[in-house]
Design a protein around this ligand. Structure first.
Ligand code: DUC
Ligand code: ZN
Ligand code: ZN
Length: 467
């Protein structure tokens, strides 16, 4: 099947230009000015994208689909999560596979692929998260990179499945040797433990104190320590969901010294601040996630980090729990028992465009870089991330003027709230393509899913080659 998208404005990291785009089957086959006339006669469909941007589909490299966590599990499965992704213009996820105790990471990858089979509506890959770092697991790193196409490995410095510095050092050395990249959830667990004890003694157990129990310096210390281990091993590291100006400052100093430290942040850290935890009626629980929301100074610093390249990627940490029924399951009386996480995959692109590009915080080209092109390069998604012949036809025809008031009623994420309820955005996807198939479309006042569940494929990724 041939589709011609004509008269649109193509956005790449190099430039923004008028061009027609030709899709044959699953692949982009031509991009150029005024070429539609040469292809239209043989096309099954022509889309007039006048006034629209043609963007590479967004890639969300940080989701927790159906993750068992804190006595419950994240609610989106591969069906609802990827439908929500498609409706938000996200055409590829890199989801976490959390190794279970006693399990091999390779077995974990196979298990999670089996969860996605028959369900995924867009393509996906996996980052193995190492939670039981037995010596033989470190030996599996090479096989995961070479045979399974999963060259990024997540470890946590917090939670009861955290790793210590010794494991991090081993993993940094091993991944460096075989073309891998370590991803770190960077918070200091002892600072958090101490703060939890102090706050408990004072009877401070409402959601707001979740933020107070995990101060910015807990992140900065962990980032600093991870950088030290990275320097020691002359390896590289990627800090997930960076949230604080102090954490960012550590990264900037290290990068100035030539250490290969990369990072991502998320819309919630760019747009929401800790005053949200004070919302009445226990509403603050909606924002209980780790790391927590910070102050506006940190958000401003993170926008700057994106602008100047110290933060290379924007992800979501999509990890939804219903406000009624899951957030309040065990945690009504104690913030420590509220499942950590919030939804976000469906609102990623609209928020970055509206709050980032429209408000002049980042350029359109930078948006495409941090949501797609740079993400693809960071994580070895060689067929994704750009409106270029030869790449997968994962595309968003985007209407930069379409207004939308975000409300969970019109979203597809399997959860009963969005942190952005009532926020008006400017700019929405008009049509979303996943390997040449239209998977979502704007209809009247919301996005509709038009794709096929089960068509999304597991994508093997290339080893890390430097960013
Ligand atoms: N943080 C969250 O808020 N949820 C999932 C895991 C994590 O690190
Ligand atoms: Zn995390
Ligand atoms: Zn996460």
């Amino acid at each position: 099947m041939r589709i011609v998208i004509k008269n649109g404005t193509v956005v790449t990291t190099e430039g923004v230009f008028s061009a027609d785009v030709v899709i044959d089957g699953e692949t982009i086959t031509a991009v150029g000015a005024n070429i539609a006339k040469d292809y239209e006669k043989t096309a099954q469909e022509t889309v007039n994208a006048a006034g629209m941007y043609v963007l590479p589909g967004a890639i969300d490299p940080h989701t927790h689909i159906a993750m068992p966590f804190m006595g419950t599990s994240a609610q989106d499965d591969y069906k609802t999560g990827t439908i929500a992704a498609a409706c938000g213009g996200v055409t590829c996820l890199v989801d976490f596979e959390l190794q279970q105790k006693g399990e091999s990471i390779l077995g974990g990858i196979e298990r999670k692929i089996s969860w996605a089979e028959g369900k995924a509506a867009v393509d996906y890959s996996l980052h193995p998260a190492i939670m039981d770092p037995r010596p033989e697991i470190i030996d599996e790193v090479k096989k995961a990179i070479r045979d399974y196409g999963t060259p990024s490995f997540k470890v946590f410095f917090v939670y009861d499945f955290r790793v210590d510095d010794a494991v991090l050092i081993k993993l940094l050395a091993e991944t460096k040797e075989h073309g891998g990249l370590v991803q770190l959830h960077a918070e200091n667990p002892y600072i958090i433990q101490h703060m939890n004890e102090v706050l408990a003694k004072q009877g401070k157990l409402e959601p707001y104190y979740h933020a107070k129990s995990r101060p910015n310096i807990a992140e900065a210390e962990a980032v600093h320590r991870a950088i030290t281990m990275t320097e020691l091993t002359d390896s590289r590291i990627y800090i997930v969901h960076l949230s604080s100006m102090e954490g960012l400052a550590e990264i900037q100093t290290a990068r100035d010294r030539g250490i290969a430290v990369y990072s991502e942040t998320c819309p919630q850290y760019l747009l929401l601040n800790e005053d949200r935890y004070k919302e009445p009626d226990w509403n603050g629980a909606k924002y209980v996630m780790s790391p927590p929301l910070r102050t506006k100074e940190s958000s401003d610093a993170l926008w700057k980090g994106l602008r100047f390249g110290d933060v290379q990627v924007v992800s979501t940490d999509h990890c939804p729990f219903d406000f009624k029924g899951r957030k309040d399951m065990f945690g009504k009386e104690d913030y420590k028992k509220i499942p950590n996480g919030a939804p976000g995959v469906e609102t990623l692109l609209m928020l970055l465009h509206s709050e980032g590009v429209v408000k002049g915080r980042i350029s359109l080209r930078k948006m495409v870089d941090v949501l797609s092109t740079g993400t693809a390069r960071m994580f070895g998604l060689t067929k994704k991330g750009s409106v270029t012949p030869g790449k997968d036809a994962d595309l968003v025809v985007f209407n930069p003027n379409q207004k939308f008031v975000i409300t969970q009623k019109k979203l597809h994420q399997n959860v009963d709230y969005t942190p952005y309820e009532g926020m008006e955005v400017t700019g929405m996807p008009s049509k979303v393509y996943s390997r040449g198939l239209k998977v979502a479309e704007w209809k009247n006042d919301h996005m509709e899913f038009t794709g096929e569940t089960g068509r999304g494929r597991f994508v093997k990724r290339a080893p890390f080659e430097g960013f």
